[in-house]
Design a protein around this ligand. Structure first.
Ligand code: UD1
Length: 427
């Protein structure tokens, strides 16, 4: 096991290339199950979650081909010889997003069995909305022995699927399944995250008929089959936002490299600007600097897109620990997503949590400490705090970071951070 050790206080200056988005790549990989042809995905980030889903797809019989150039990795998936429609517990337990194979398997093969993902460090995270959607499309659902088994021997039938709660994963799962259903499916109250439009664009390239991209009403005309395609995964807006926070917290100057980043950062680019962060478009991306001596405290409420993303909540909180005045942060998406609070407090932050609301009073400085987090974004908030803190911070359990930040230490080191991975003794 490894840990990250940071000597805080270095001003970060340089360029950081933004990787392909994990949350776009995972559903795109699952979409490869919808066709017997090859789906080639470019700009795939090299992350633990991508390896986990690759392992699952391989276990189902999907052929996988890896091409790596100096900068980018592309993966080709060929689901011609799928011999297994069961996603086992051993793989699903590592990553909740494994549930995304359920829709494509069910739609193409008429059956799928997937281990229930179970609880998760950031809350209950049930899959009832996914299952309700499949039932609306005519599937029978059985739950037994920790597995969900969905069957539709005569194929899925297009229907109106209304989600009472906005869910990214359920929208993606039903969207993929509907592409091979018989007739028209309307998804109402669909999630509108840019990663969903990315999936829809790829499905269109595979021959799917989808209207309403980017809106809460998706209309899909099912096709008898889809075909192969080549598609590039969109940039990771959460990674971009995390490094912008790093620039602000270290009074640095970081050019975030990637095309068309600002439009997909709707919901938090404005919040960062209101806090005093200047985001200037450049030829290669966005230049991020802090325009004030301290970030300005403000109120942040997490919401489905186009609101402020829950996946940036921990990072904005780390930034607000050093704000001018106070900041009130309300988490409305997940009920247990403040695990970074006690760790930030140990570094000198002044944070009080009441239910889903955290009040963050700005302090003059943070102090390095050994810390550890239990989820991906929480871990990133501790790295950010460590970069700005006085003294040494050790972040343990960094496998969370490896799930979602490609080459994290290299990217920060290249901008002058005093950061390195080391072997951890016992965490
Ligand atoms: C996705 C993202 C995750 C992000 C989250 C919210 C991926 C791989 N992960 O997760 O990084 O934090 O969106 O933007 O893209 N819910 C139900 N029943 C369901 C499904 C969800 O009640 O069947 C609830 C959840 O508990 C949560 C809310 O709906 O409170 C939103 O969850 P959802 O949008 O589904 O998140 P994920 O797709 O799991």
């Amino acid at each position: 096991m490894e840990k990250i050790v940071i000597q805080g206080g270095a001003r970060l200056e340089g360029q950081i290339p933004i990787s392909g988005a994990k949350n776009a790549a995972l559903p795109l990989m699952a979409a490869s199950l919808l066709t017997s042809d090859t789906l080639t995905l470019g700009n795939i980030p090299d992350l633990a979650d991508i390896r986990t889903l690759s392992q699952l797809l391989t276990a189902l019989g999907v052929g996988l081909n890896h091409e790596k150039s100096a900068e980018k990795t592309s993966l080709s998936f060929t689901a011609r010889d799928v011999y297994n429609t069961t996603a086992p517990y051993d793989i699903v337990r590592k990553m909740r997003a494994s549930i995304l194979v359920l829709g494509p398997l069910l739609a193409r093969f008429g059956e799928a069995t997937v281990s229930l993902p179970g609880g998760c460090a950031i809350g209950n995270r049930p899959i009832d909305l996914h299952l309700k959607g499949f039932e609306d499309l005519g599937a029978d659902i059985e739950l037994a022995d920790g597995y969900v088994r969905a069957t539709a021997p005569k194929g899925l039938k297009g229907a109106v699927v209304h989600f009472p709660v906005v869910s990214v994963g359920a929208t993606e799962n039903i969207l993929m399944a509907a592409c091979l259903a018989d007739g028209e499916t309307v998804i109402e109250n669909a999630a509108r995250e840019p990663e969903i439009s990315d999936l829809a664009h790829c499905l269109q390239a595979m021959g799917a008929q989808i209207e309403g991209l980017g809106t809460e009403r998706l209309v899909i005309q099912g096709q008898p089959q889809l075909h192969g395609a080549q598609y590039n995964v969109m940039a990771d807006r959460i990674e971009a936002g995390s490094y912008i926070a790093a620039a602000a917290m270290t009074h640095g100057k970081i050019e975030i490299l990637g095309q068309d980043l600002l439009p997909i950062m709707t919901g938090f680019a404005d919040t960062l600007k209101s806090a005093g962060v200047s985001l200037t478009p450049t030829d290669g991306g966005i230049l991020a600097t802090l325009k004030r001596p301290k970030v300005k405290g403000l109120n942040v409420v997490t919401q489905p897109y186009p609101g402020f993303p829950t996946d940036m909540q921990a990072q904005i909180m780390a930034m607000m620990t050093l704000c001018d005045g106070a900041s009130v942060i309300t988490e409305t998406i997940f009920e247990n997503r403040y695990m970074h609070v006690p760790e930030l407090t140990r570094m000198g932050a002044d944070i009080t949590v009441h239910g889903s609301t955290a009040t963050v009073r700005g302090v003059s400085h943070l102090t390095g400490a050994p810390v550890m987090a239990t989820d991906l974004r929480a871990s990133m908030s501790l790295v950010l705090a460590g970069l700005a803190a006085e003294g040494e911070t050790t972040v343990n359990r960094i496998y969370h970071l490896d799930r979602g930040y490609e080459r994290l230490t290299e990217k920060l080191y290249a901008c002058g951070a005093r950061i390195q991975r080391q072997k951890a003794e016992n965490t």
